[in-house]
Design a protein around this ligand. Structure first.
Ligand code: SAM
Length: 331
């Protein structure tokens, strides 16, 4: 359960090897902002959780409970393409909310997540009838969120890892009813190959890439695990670049993609996007600064980013992120 997981986290020690590495890299990359980000990331008691409601299993009772406990909607109604059916609740105080147990034959009423995870989904602006690919989809949080926003024409969710792909299937089955679930195709392919397998097939692609997960890496179980992760970290930008190139191939001309990670690392964020922009002549940046402005009440962003990208910095009381989001369009 989430409660046990949180207890484990509280008991876990911060891994000094990882912290030292971050300290060095992020002091250079984020400057003064790093100190307060570090204070949140190293303090699981400061962590918050958002509750995304499942429109396919609506519950007024749940919404009343949430409001009674001090929760409020995370996103203003003024966001473009945000339908009234999209409901996510947050509150400023840290703490958890009980996870819902799986019950056969019953859809779940909500999904617990980091509120910043919804920004890539909102940036993608999926509209009814569009063909959508979620390239790296497990455990399925963003797939579920996408289906709260619109009814895609075709919805293709992909996850390379065997076990995680089963987890993805389970998530979809727990949140999405018949007959909508029949529009969803779940595959277990290497995302790097989908562009060649399904060229120019999609209007929207989400590339929620494998990345170094700063929040969890800080709690690596031992020096060996942390050291291995820091070695693997060097390989990630190349994988992310290849996933993006594949996503671009899979897009129809005129279609757009959102790239996201949950790391602060510039090498996996802006550097990867800049490399794509410099090497693919058919790709243009898309301005997402209006969306960032519209949600700036609840999220803290790194300043000085370009208009097609944002980086959510966790802060006390708004402990969302880290989350990098960039949007590109295929010409
Ligand atoms: N989008 C998910 C969500 O919101 O629940 C989280 C995705 S997680 C950040 C990245 C996922 O990419 C992992 O589940 C990982 O197993 C998967 N992955 C790693 N390499 C991949 C590849 N070559 N092709 C497709 N997926 C891959």
């Amino acid at each position: 359960s989430l409660e046990n997981k949180t207890k484990e986290k509280l008991q876990k020690q911060i891994c000094q090897v990882a912290l030292d590495h971050f300290e060095k890299q992020y002091t250079t990359e984020l400057g003064e902002a790093w100190a307060s980000v570090r204070d949140v990331l190293t303090c699981p008691l400061c962590w918050q959780c958002a509750i995304l409601l499942n429109k396919f299993s609506p519950s007024t009772e749940l919404e009343n409970t949430l409001r009674m406990k001090g929760y409020h909607p995370a996103f203003p109604g003024s966001l473009p393409y945000l339908p009234a059916s999209f409901k996510c609740y947050i509150r400023r105080t840290p703490g958890r909310f009980p996870a819902q147990k799986h019950q056969a034959g019953k859809l779940k009423e909500y999904y617990l997540l980091n509120a910043a995870s919804l920004l890539p989904v909102l940036a993608l602006e999926v509209k009814d009838g569009e063909d959508v690919l979620d390239l790296c989809a497990a455990p399925g949080g963003k797939s579920v969120a996408t289906l709260q926003c619109a009814y895609p024409g075709q919805f293709h969710c992909n996850e390379y890892d065997d076990l995680r792909s089963r987890w993805l299937k389970q998530t979809i089955e727990s949140f999405i009813p018949d007959p909508l679930i029949n529009l969803i195709m779940v595959s277990k392919l290497d995302g790097r190959q989908i562009g060649d397998l399904k060229p120019e097939l999609y209007d929207k692609v989400l590339v929620d890439a494998p990345c170094s997960n700063d929040r969890s890496w800080l709690f690596s179980s031992d020096i060996q695990q942390a050291t291995l992760r820091l070695i693997q970290r060097k390989e990630l930008p190349s994988l992310q670049f290849q996933l993006l190139r594949s996503a671009i191939k899979a897009l129809r001309p005129g279609g757009s993609l959102v790239y996201s990670t949950c790391t602060l690392s510039k090498a996996e964020n802006s550097d990867v996007i800049n490399l794509i922009l410099n090497s693919c002549s058919n790709v243009m940046p898309v301005d997402i600064s209006e969306m960032a402005k519209a949600v700036s009440q609840e999220f803290t962003f790194l300043s000085g980013m370009q208009q097609h990208e944002l980086l959510v910095l966790p802060e006390k009381g708004k402990a969302w992120g880290p989350m990098y989001v960039a949007k590109l369009k295929k010409m």
